[in-house]
Write a protein that binds this ligand. Sequence first.
Ligand code: NAG
Ligand code: NAG
Ligand code: NAG
Ligand code: NAG
Ligand code: NAG
Ligand code: NAG
Ligand code: NAG
Ligand code: NAG
Ligand code: NAG
Length: 671
Amino acid sequence: MLPMNNLMLVSILSSIFVVTLLSFPSPAEAVYLTHSCPNTTTFTPNSTFQSNLNRLLSTLSSNATRPSGFYNATASSSSSAPNDTVYGLFLCRGDVAATDACKTCVSTATSEAVQRCPTEKQVVIWYDDCMLRYSNESFFSTAAELPGYFMWNTQNATEPARFNQVLATGMNDVVTEAANDADKFATSQRNFSGLVSIYSLGQCTQDLSSADCNRCLTGAKAQFPTCCNGKLGGRVLYPSCTVRYEVYPFYLQNSTSAPQPSPGALPPPPPPLPRKGKSKIPTIVAIVVPIAVSVLLFVVGCCFITRRARKKRSAAAEAPSGENDISTIESLQFDFSTIVAATNNFSDENKLGEGGFGQVYKGILSNGQEVAVKRLSRNSGQGAEEFKNEIVLVAKLQHRNLVRLYGFCLEGEEKILVYEYVSNKSLDYFLFDPEKQGQLDWSIRYKIIAGIARGIMYLHEDSQLRIIHRDLKASNILLDGEMHPKISDFGMARIFGVDQTQANTSRIVGTYGYMSPEYAMHGQFSVKSDLYSFGVLLLEIISGKKNSYFFQTDAAEDLMSHAWKLWRDGTPLELLDPSMRDSYSRSEVIRCIHIGLLCVQEDPADRPTMQSVVLMLNSYSVTLPLPEQPAFFLRSRTEGNMPKITLESDLSISKSTPSVDEASITAVYPR
Ligand SMILES: *[C@@H]1O[C@H](CO)[C@@H](O)[C@H](O)[C@H]1NC(C)=O
Ligand SMILES: *[C@@H]1O[C@H](CO)[C@@H](O)[C@H](O)[C@H]1NC(C)=O
Ligand SMILES: *[C@@H]1O[C@H](CO)[C@@H](O)[C@H](O)[C@H]1NC(C)=O
Ligand SMILES: *[C@@H]1O[C@H](CO)[C@@H](O)[C@H](O)[C@H]1NC(C)=O
Ligand SMILES: *[C@@H]1O[C@H](CO)[C@@H](O)[C@H](O)[C@H]1NC(C)=O
Ligand SMILES: *[C@@H]1O[C@H](CO)[C@@H](O)[C@H](O)[C@H]1NC(C)=O
Ligand SMILES: *[C@@H]1O[C@H](CO)[C@@H](O)[C@H](O)[C@H]1NC(C)=O
Ligand SMILES: *[C@@H]1O[C@H](CO)[C@@H](O)[C@H](O)[C@H]1NC(C)=O
Ligand SMILES: *[C@@H]1O[C@H](CO)[C@@H](O)[C@H](O)[C@H]1NC(C)=O
């Protein structure tokens, strides 16, 4: 274990952000980054210290909705010795303060910290949306830079010198602004080129003074040349402050000044960036939990008149014969009273889950038909007519591997979608549960893979509209009584007014671990981004392991890299979920792994189309190309055996020498 006074370096892919935006019944999840808890200071289980710690964690957790997004607390009891006192704090990222994302993150952190560090006294754990720290020693009002972690994006900037310069100016503003901010948080957006902006963020725990915050951030920022020289994204995580930059907006922007995504990839409007939108957009934030898709919604909200006009034209052009007339709409419309009756007035017993766009209930119509009712959050930023038009189009998408949209209900502020009810929960429920994954034998998994491929092919190629799903993942695959897969949540971008045809989005919609690199890095999506997600899903189905699982354990690589290595070494079958080692078709499994690896290739042009995937799955005579190494090659945690990088110092970002023993910083390049 590394001692506290050693700066440790973890290299994890930096583009980490979760979005449960389009997820059907899965609740928002906090994205774990890393943690530190040296085992040199431990307490005895069931001691006074432990009970104080438990009280501290529940106090913190219950205060997670504070407007500041920060809370510090001390737990001791009159009877306990002074050495049993526990000090702790949490800090949410400034833009999500006082939202559900913050609350979810803090409650995840308080429960995971004690799982990861069951008896350690001094713990720091970082998530995308928050961090939690506790210790037996008082650390309030003291800036701590150890233990520190780096994360970076593996992609290089095109003009590193200028990139670093632009980054440095943005970062300097952030440091000054955050240090002087009441909530010790600031963001900045700087134009790098017509198409690319650098977004940066800095934040200190709110117990620090301005001077200490400034010192901490300056120290953190000074690590960028060490960790992230010329990379498209980077982060430094310290216990008392964090800095981060990316080439996409990873924090919630002030709605009104967010650049509008432009289909023609025109330069974005000048970036007068908004510090934080939290007081401006509380409702949206609370709904679209963890990530700022709200920005898009707002943009849509404020600009939808023009965009709608444009879109309506294209929708009309795409619709079979423009016959989305009133009668069609009416046939899809449900009365609010019908919905209320069907769901027992949205009772908790009927609740199936909660997605980013609202809650999902089971309903039974008066004729006995079962339905799933998705009650959309009220502030979707979508006008009634547009909403109806999109519903008509999406309801026309019918395929046995798609969850069918039966209709909608619009009443006052209520917007409700009524879907086919699928009986067996979602794929992740079975696939990632050690007790249930045994129910998925190879023939079922193969059937699921083929079904998903056909459903997506329909969305991409065969339907009247070309729909890019954009959030394909295990929890969006529902299973019916016969374990046939049905894809859910397609077309949500359409229903929510995100133009499908645009090549760039200012907000990433998708789920970390499934997003293609071009989408994650540049917000560019195409049918090939879905292919990437499909590839990840395929490898998950074969291995029975979550891709994100690989990021959350000490595993030195992600699922794709793991699969690729096994493939390269001629042992692909080792990827197979051990729970079905006995009954499977060797050639089918190998073929599926092969297809999965073809889909996760970095260059979208190298990935097959869904049509060719379906062909490959159905025909044994098709010869497949060899897969290239997958896009995201997760780099390993540092151990002594990794090659060292020599640090370049031709950077303008900061002249200060990193306060780090350079020899302790190691990293590996992707091979
Ligand atoms: C602490 O961790 C190190 C390395 O992880 C291990 O070698 C050592 O045995 C652990 N010590 C205790 C007391 O658990
Ligand atoms: C701590 O208490 C729990 C129940 O309160 C018990 O299950 C556990 O065995 C105890 N652990 C120790 C080490 O005493
Ligand atoms: C917040 O913390 C205080 C103590 O610091 C505690 O009394 C209170 O119950 C906590 N929860 C809420 C919701 O305020
Ligand atoms: C929170 O931190 C401040 C110092 O920044 C300290 O004065 C205060 O006592 C702490 N609050 C609690 C409840 O420990
Ligand atoms: C915290 O725990 C460590 C290790 O158990 C101990 O050396 C240190 O004195 C403790 N600090 C306080 C303030 O009790
Ligand atoms: C606190 O000190 C007492 C004796 O001084 C000791 O018995 C107890 O284990 C210590 N607690 C912790 C958490 O170190
Ligand atoms: C980034 O640049 C470095 C050299 O500066 C090179 O070794 C590395 O392969 C590049 N990485 C990528 C992903 O292009
Ligand atoms: C961004 O910078 C590029 C060149 O660096 C320039 O051509 C472009 O006009 C700038 N765009 C804005 C919106 O400032
Ligand atoms: C942020 O948005 C509000 C409207 O919601 C607007 O009045 C304000 O000027 C914006 N702030 C900045 C810095 O653009």
